[in-house]
Ligand binder design. Structure first.
Ligand code: KG4
Ligand code: ZN
Length: 340
Protein backbone atom coordinates (compact mmCIF):
# COMPACT_ATOMS: atom_id res chain seq x y z
CA UNK A 1 0.00 0.00 0.00
CA UNK A 2 1.39 3.40 -1.04
CA UNK A 3 0.37 6.21 1.29
CA UNK A 4 0.95 9.92 0.88
CA UNK A 5 1.46 11.61 4.28
CA UNK A 6 0.74 15.31 4.78
CA UNK A 7 1.87 17.15 7.92
CA UNK A 8 0.75 20.76 8.46
CA UNK A 9 0.10 21.01 12.22
CA UNK A 10 2.45 23.92 12.91
CA UNK A 11 5.31 25.59 11.05
CA UNK A 12 6.63 22.84 8.77
CA UNK A 13 4.97 21.51 5.65
CA UNK A 14 5.99 17.85 5.47
CA UNK A 15 5.01 15.44 2.70
CA UNK A 16 6.14 11.84 2.22
CA UNK A 17 5.27 8.64 0.40
CA UNK A 18 5.47 5.41 2.38
CA UNK A 19 5.05 2.01 0.77
CA UNK A 20 4.12 -0.76 3.20
CA UNK A 21 6.12 -3.22 1.07
CA UNK A 22 9.17 -1.14 0.16
CA UNK A 23 9.40 1.34 3.05
CA UNK A 24 9.79 5.10 2.79
CA UNK A 25 10.00 6.09 -0.89
CA UNK A 26 10.44 9.85 -0.54
CA UNK A 27 9.93 12.76 1.79
CA UNK A 28 10.08 16.54 1.51
CA UNK A 29 9.99 19.25 4.12
CA UNK A 30 9.52 22.97 3.88
CA UNK A 31 10.32 24.84 7.09
CA UNK A 32 8.68 28.21 7.74
CA UNK A 33 11.37 29.23 10.22
CA UNK A 34 12.58 32.16 8.13
CA UNK A 35 9.05 33.53 7.75
CA UNK A 36 8.22 33.43 11.47
CA UNK A 37 11.69 34.44 12.74
CA UNK A 38 11.00 38.16 12.44
CA UNK A 39 7.96 37.75 14.75
CA UNK A 40 9.91 35.72 17.32
CA UNK A 41 7.47 32.78 17.11
CA UNK A 42 4.86 31.08 14.96
CA UNK A 43 2.09 33.33 13.57
CA UNK A 44 -0.82 30.91 12.96
CA UNK A 45 -2.42 32.73 10.01
CA UNK A 46 0.91 33.03 8.21
CA UNK A 47 1.59 29.34 8.89
CA UNK A 48 -1.73 28.30 7.31
CA UNK A 49 -1.20 30.43 4.22
CA UNK A 50 2.28 29.06 3.69
CA UNK A 51 1.09 25.44 3.94
CA UNK A 52 -1.47 26.22 1.21
CA UNK A 53 1.30 27.67 -0.96
CA UNK A 54 3.71 24.77 -0.53
CA UNK A 55 1.91 21.43 -0.33
CA UNK A 56 1.23 20.92 -4.06
CA UNK A 57 4.86 21.54 -5.06
CA UNK A 58 6.11 19.25 -2.30
CA UNK A 59 3.65 16.52 -3.24
CA UNK A 60 4.68 16.61 -6.90
CA UNK A 61 8.36 16.52 -5.89
CA UNK A 62 7.69 13.53 -3.62
CA UNK A 63 6.00 11.61 -6.44
CA UNK A 64 8.92 12.35 -8.80
CA UNK A 65 11.48 11.20 -6.18
CA UNK A 66 9.47 8.06 -5.47
CA UNK A 67 9.20 7.44 -9.23
CA UNK A 68 5.44 7.01 -9.08
CA UNK A 69 2.41 8.83 -10.46
CA UNK A 70 -0.13 10.26 -8.01
CA UNK A 71 -2.56 7.76 -9.57
CA UNK A 72 -0.42 4.95 -8.10
CA UNK A 73 -1.25 6.10 -4.54
CA UNK A 74 -3.57 3.88 -2.49
CA UNK A 75 -4.40 6.38 0.26
CA UNK A 76 -3.69 9.77 1.80
CA UNK A 77 -2.94 10.29 5.51
CA UNK A 78 -3.00 13.79 6.97
CA UNK A 79 -2.42 15.25 10.44
CA UNK A 80 -5.79 16.11 12.00
CA UNK A 81 -4.48 17.19 15.44
CA UNK A 82 -3.24 18.24 17.87
CA UNK A 83 -1.90 21.52 16.49
CA UNK A 84 -2.94 24.93 15.18
CA UNK A 85 -6.55 24.77 13.95
CA UNK A 86 -6.07 26.74 10.73
CA UNK A 87 -2.84 24.96 9.85
CA UNK A 88 -4.46 21.56 10.48
CA UNK A 89 -7.38 22.49 8.22
CA UNK A 90 -5.08 23.22 5.30
CA UNK A 91 -3.64 19.69 5.43
CA UNK A 92 -7.02 18.09 6.10
CA UNK A 93 -8.65 19.84 3.14
CA UNK A 94 -5.66 19.15 0.89
CA UNK A 95 -5.53 15.48 1.87
CA UNK A 96 -9.27 14.87 1.54
CA UNK A 97 -9.56 16.77 -1.74
CA UNK A 98 -6.66 14.87 -3.29
CA UNK A 99 -8.03 11.53 -2.09
CA UNK A 100 -11.47 12.40 -3.49
CA UNK A 101 -9.97 13.37 -6.84
CA UNK A 102 -7.95 10.13 -6.98
CA UNK A 103 -10.83 7.98 -5.71
CA UNK A 104 -8.81 6.61 -2.78
CA UNK A 105 -9.15 6.53 1.02
CA UNK A 106 -8.04 9.34 3.32
CA UNK A 107 -7.23 8.97 7.01
CA UNK A 108 -6.96 11.53 9.83
CA UNK A 109 -3.75 10.90 11.80
CA UNK A 110 -2.85 11.91 15.37
CA UNK A 111 0.32 14.02 15.24
CA UNK A 112 1.77 12.62 18.48
CA UNK A 113 1.08 9.04 17.37
CA UNK A 114 3.07 9.97 14.28
CA UNK A 115 5.98 11.12 16.48
CA UNK A 116 5.67 8.03 18.66
CA UNK A 117 5.85 5.68 15.66
CA UNK A 118 8.64 7.60 13.86
CA UNK A 119 11.35 5.26 15.28
CA UNK A 120 9.60 2.44 13.37
CA UNK A 121 10.99 3.99 10.18
CA UNK A 122 14.50 3.05 11.37
CA UNK A 123 16.32 -0.23 11.32
CA UNK A 124 16.31 -1.94 13.73
CA UNK A 125 12.87 -0.76 14.79
CA UNK A 126 11.75 -1.10 18.42
CA UNK A 127 9.48 -4.02 19.31
CA UNK A 128 6.34 -3.60 21.45
CA UNK A 129 5.87 -3.12 24.35
CA UNK A 130 8.01 -0.10 25.23
CA UNK A 131 8.09 3.11 27.21
CA UNK A 132 8.01 6.24 25.04
CA UNK A 133 9.30 9.63 26.09
CA UNK A 134 7.36 12.06 23.89
CA UNK A 135 9.00 15.46 24.01
CA UNK A 136 8.00 18.31 21.71
CA UNK A 137 6.93 21.93 21.75
CA UNK A 138 3.59 21.02 23.30
CA UNK A 139 4.19 17.70 25.04
CA UNK A 140 6.43 16.13 27.71
CA UNK A 141 4.90 12.74 28.31
CA UNK A 142 5.90 9.26 29.37
CA UNK A 143 3.68 6.72 27.66
CA UNK A 144 3.49 2.97 28.09
CA UNK A 145 2.95 1.59 24.60
CA UNK A 146 1.57 -1.95 24.37
CA UNK A 147 0.87 -1.69 20.63
CA UNK A 148 -0.36 0.89 18.13
CA UNK A 149 -3.29 2.69 19.75
CA UNK A 150 -2.80 1.12 23.22
CA UNK A 151 -1.33 3.99 25.17
CA UNK A 152 -1.21 4.46 28.92
CA UNK A 153 -0.15 7.90 30.06
CA UNK A 154 2.34 7.40 32.91
CA UNK A 155 3.51 10.96 33.34
CA UNK A 156 2.92 14.44 31.94
CA UNK A 157 4.11 17.96 32.46
CA UNK A 158 2.38 19.97 35.15
CA UNK A 159 3.13 23.24 33.35
CA UNK A 160 5.35 24.03 30.34
CA UNK A 161 6.32 21.29 27.90
CA UNK A 162 10.08 20.85 27.74
CA UNK A 163 10.32 22.18 24.16
CA UNK A 164 8.26 25.19 25.20
CA UNK A 165 10.67 25.81 28.10
CA UNK A 166 13.63 25.61 25.69
CA UNK A 167 11.87 28.04 23.34
CA UNK A 168 10.90 30.57 26.03
CA UNK A 169 14.30 30.46 27.74
CA UNK A 170 16.08 30.87 24.40
CA UNK A 171 13.88 33.85 23.55
CA UNK A 172 14.65 35.48 26.90
CA UNK A 173 18.39 34.88 26.38
CA UNK A 174 18.09 36.65 23.03
CA UNK A 175 18.75 33.47 21.07
CA UNK A 176 15.66 33.91 18.90
CA UNK A 177 13.34 31.41 17.29
CA UNK A 178 13.33 28.44 16.98
CA UNK A 179 14.64 28.33 20.52
CA UNK A 180 15.45 24.66 21.16
CA UNK A 181 18.16 24.22 18.52
CA UNK A 182 19.50 27.75 19.19
CA UNK A 183 19.81 27.11 22.93
CA UNK A 184 21.45 23.73 22.33
CA UNK A 185 23.96 25.39 19.98
CA UNK A 186 24.79 28.12 22.52
CA UNK A 187 25.16 25.47 25.25
CA UNK A 188 28.00 23.78 23.34
CA UNK A 189 30.25 26.75 24.12
CA UNK A 190 28.97 27.20 27.67
CA UNK A 191 30.32 26.10 31.04
CA UNK A 192 27.46 24.22 32.71
CA UNK A 193 29.12 24.53 36.13
CA UNK A 194 28.93 28.33 36.31
CA UNK A 195 25.21 28.29 37.11
CA UNK A 196 23.36 25.64 39.08
CA UNK A 197 19.67 25.19 38.37
CA UNK A 198 17.22 22.83 40.09
CA UNK A 199 16.47 19.42 38.57
CA UNK A 200 12.69 19.82 38.42
CA UNK A 201 10.62 17.06 40.09
CA UNK A 202 13.69 14.84 40.38
CA UNK A 203 12.69 13.75 43.87
CA UNK A 204 8.93 13.40 43.28
CA UNK A 205 7.67 9.83 43.43
CA UNK A 206 5.46 10.18 40.35
CA UNK A 207 6.45 10.32 36.69
CA UNK A 208 5.38 13.91 36.07
CA UNK A 209 7.53 16.79 34.87
CA UNK A 210 7.61 20.52 35.49
CA UNK A 211 9.75 22.95 33.52
CA UNK A 212 8.39 26.36 34.32
CA UNK A 213 10.46 26.71 37.54
CA UNK A 214 13.64 25.85 35.63
CA UNK A 215 12.76 28.42 32.97
CA UNK A 216 12.22 31.05 35.68
CA UNK A 217 15.52 30.12 37.39
CA UNK A 218 17.36 30.67 34.09
CA UNK A 219 15.60 33.99 33.47
CA UNK A 220 16.33 35.18 37.03
CA UNK A 221 20.01 34.21 36.74
CA UNK A 222 20.27 36.15 33.47
CA UNK A 223 18.63 39.22 35.02
CA UNK A 224 21.08 39.03 37.94
CA UNK A 225 24.02 39.25 35.53
CA UNK A 226 22.50 42.48 34.17
CA UNK A 227 21.64 40.54 30.99
CA UNK A 228 25.33 40.08 30.31
CA UNK A 229 25.77 38.57 26.80
CA UNK A 230 28.90 36.79 28.11
CA UNK A 231 26.69 34.73 30.45
CA UNK A 232 24.31 33.45 27.75
CA UNK A 233 26.20 30.30 26.76
CA UNK A 234 26.81 29.30 30.39
CA UNK A 235 23.15 29.77 31.33
CA UNK A 236 22.10 27.83 28.21
CA UNK A 237 24.42 24.96 29.18
CA UNK A 238 23.19 24.87 32.80
CA UNK A 239 19.56 25.00 31.64
CA UNK A 240 20.03 22.25 29.08
CA UNK A 241 21.74 19.91 31.52
CA UNK A 242 19.07 20.44 34.19
CA UNK A 243 16.28 19.81 31.65
CA UNK A 244 17.75 16.64 30.16
CA UNK A 245 18.66 15.25 33.58
CA UNK A 246 15.05 15.75 34.70
CA UNK A 247 13.87 13.81 31.63
CA UNK A 248 16.42 11.02 32.06
CA UNK A 249 15.61 10.56 35.76
CA UNK A 250 11.94 10.00 35.02
CA UNK A 251 12.67 7.69 32.06
CA UNK A 252 14.73 5.47 34.34
CA UNK A 253 12.00 5.55 36.99
CA UNK A 254 9.32 4.63 34.42
CA UNK A 255 11.31 1.67 33.07
CA UNK A 256 11.98 0.32 36.56
CA UNK A 257 8.38 0.89 37.71
CA UNK A 258 6.94 -0.90 34.67
CA UNK A 259 9.67 -3.53 34.67
CA UNK A 260 10.50 -2.76 31.06
CA UNK A 261 13.81 -2.45 29.22
CA UNK A 262 12.97 -0.64 25.98
CA UNK A 263 12.86 3.14 25.77
CA UNK A 264 11.75 5.01 22.66
CA UNK A 265 12.29 8.76 22.48
CA UNK A 266 10.44 10.90 19.95
CA UNK A 267 9.35 14.48 19.20
CA UNK A 268 11.37 17.59 18.43
CA UNK A 269 13.36 17.60 21.69
CA UNK A 270 14.57 14.06 20.89
CA UNK A 271 16.89 15.86 18.44
CA UNK A 272 18.80 17.25 21.43
CA UNK A 273 22.22 15.64 21.37
CA UNK A 274 22.83 16.03 25.11
CA UNK A 275 19.53 14.26 25.81
CA UNK A 276 20.44 11.45 23.42
CA UNK A 277 23.86 10.99 25.06
CA UNK A 278 22.49 11.04 28.61
CA UNK A 279 19.69 8.58 27.82
CA UNK A 280 22.24 6.31 26.22
CA UNK A 281 24.09 6.19 29.56
CA UNK A 282 20.84 5.71 31.47
CA UNK A 283 19.85 2.78 29.29
CA UNK A 284 23.26 1.16 29.51
CA UNK A 285 23.03 1.33 33.32
CA UNK A 286 19.91 -0.86 33.26
CA UNK A 287 21.06 -3.03 30.35
CA UNK A 288 18.15 -1.85 28.23
CA UNK A 289 17.58 -0.75 24.65
CA UNK A 290 17.20 2.81 23.37
CA UNK A 291 15.56 3.88 20.10
CA UNK A 292 15.40 7.31 18.49
CA UNK A 293 14.24 8.43 15.06
CA UNK A 294 17.00 9.90 12.88
CA UNK A 295 17.40 13.61 13.66
CA UNK A 296 15.25 14.86 10.76
CA UNK A 297 12.34 12.62 11.86
CA UNK A 298 12.43 13.88 15.47
CA UNK A 299 10.97 17.23 14.48
CA UNK A 300 7.77 17.51 12.43
CA UNK A 301 7.80 15.65 9.12
CA UNK A 302 5.50 13.93 6.63
CA UNK A 303 7.18 10.51 6.87
CA UNK A 304 5.85 9.80 10.37
CA UNK A 305 2.32 10.70 9.26
CA UNK A 306 2.54 8.49 6.15
CA UNK A 307 3.83 5.61 8.32
CA UNK A 308 1.22 5.98 11.08
CA UNK A 309 -1.52 6.32 8.46
CA UNK A 310 -0.32 3.28 6.51
CA UNK A 311 -0.30 1.17 9.67
CA UNK A 312 -3.91 1.99 10.50
CA UNK A 313 -5.14 1.88 6.90
CA UNK A 314 -3.69 -1.61 6.49
CA UNK A 315 -5.72 -2.64 9.54
CA UNK A 316 -8.80 -1.45 7.68
CA UNK A 317 -9.33 1.82 9.50
CA UNK A 318 -11.31 4.64 7.87
CA UNK A 319 -12.20 8.13 9.04
CA UNK A 320 -15.50 9.73 8.15
CA UNK A 321 -15.47 11.84 5.00
CA UNK A 322 -16.37 14.92 7.03
CA UNK A 323 -13.39 17.27 7.25
CA UNK A 324 -12.73 17.84 10.93
CA UNK A 325 -9.59 18.65 12.90
CA UNK A 326 -8.85 18.38 16.63
CA UNK A 327 -6.48 21.14 17.81
CA UNK A 328 -6.58 19.45 21.24
CA UNK A 329 -6.52 15.67 21.07
CA UNK A 330 -5.21 13.64 24.03
CA UNK A 331 -3.09 10.71 22.87
CA UNK A 332 -4.69 8.29 25.31
CA UNK A 333 -8.05 8.77 23.55
CA UNK A 334 -6.59 6.79 20.66
CA UNK A 335 -7.69 3.18 20.32
CA UNK A 336 -6.24 0.17 18.53
CA UNK A 337 -7.04 0.23 14.79
CA UNK A 338 -9.26 -2.84 15.00
CA UNK A 339 -11.35 -1.27 17.80
CA UNK A 340 -12.90 1.26 15.45
O1 KG4 B 1 7.95 17.90 17.33
P1 KG4 B 1 8.20 19.31 17.02
O2 KG4 B 1 8.94 19.62 15.74
O3 KG4 B 1 6.87 20.12 16.97
C1 KG4 B 1 5.87 19.90 17.91
O4 KG4 B 1 5.09 18.93 17.72
O5 KG4 B 1 5.85 20.67 18.90
O6 KG4 B 1 8.98 19.91 18.26
C2 KG4 B 1 9.39 21.23 18.27
C3 KG4 B 1 10.07 21.49 19.59
C4 KG4 B 1 10.39 22.96 19.77
O7 KG4 B 1 10.03 23.34 21.08
C5 KG4 B 1 11.88 23.00 19.56
O8 KG4 B 1 12.50 24.07 20.24
C6 KG4 B 1 12.31 21.66 20.12
O9 KG4 B 1 11.32 20.78 19.66
N1 KG4 B 1 13.63 21.25 19.63
C7 KG4 B 1 14.71 21.12 20.42
C8 KG4 B 1 15.78 20.75 19.57
N2 KG4 B 1 15.31 20.68 18.29
C9 KG4 B 1 13.99 20.99 18.35
N3 KG4 B 1 14.86 21.27 21.74
C10 KG4 B 1 16.07 21.05 22.26
N4 KG4 B 1 17.16 20.74 21.52
C11 KG4 B 1 17.05 20.57 20.19
N5 KG4 B 1 18.14 20.23 19.46
ZN1 ZN C 1 5.49 17.64 16.41
Amino acid sequence: MKVLGIETSCDETGVAIYDSERGLLSHKLHSQVDIHAEYGGVVPEIASRDHVRKWVTLTKACAIDAEIELNDLDAVAYTAGPGLAGALFTGAIAGRALAWQLGIRALAVHHMEGHLLAPMLESPAPAFPFICLLVSGGHSQLVKVESVGCYELLGDTLDDAVGEAFDKTAKMLGLGYPGGPALAKAAIDGDAEKFKFPRPMAKSADLNFSFSGLKTAAITAFEKTGRDPAAVNDIAAAFEIAAVEALATKCRKALLQENMKTLVVAGGVAANLRLRALLDQTIQSIDGELYFPRLEFCTDNGAMIAYAGAFRLLEGENSSTEITVRPRWPLDEMTAPSDR
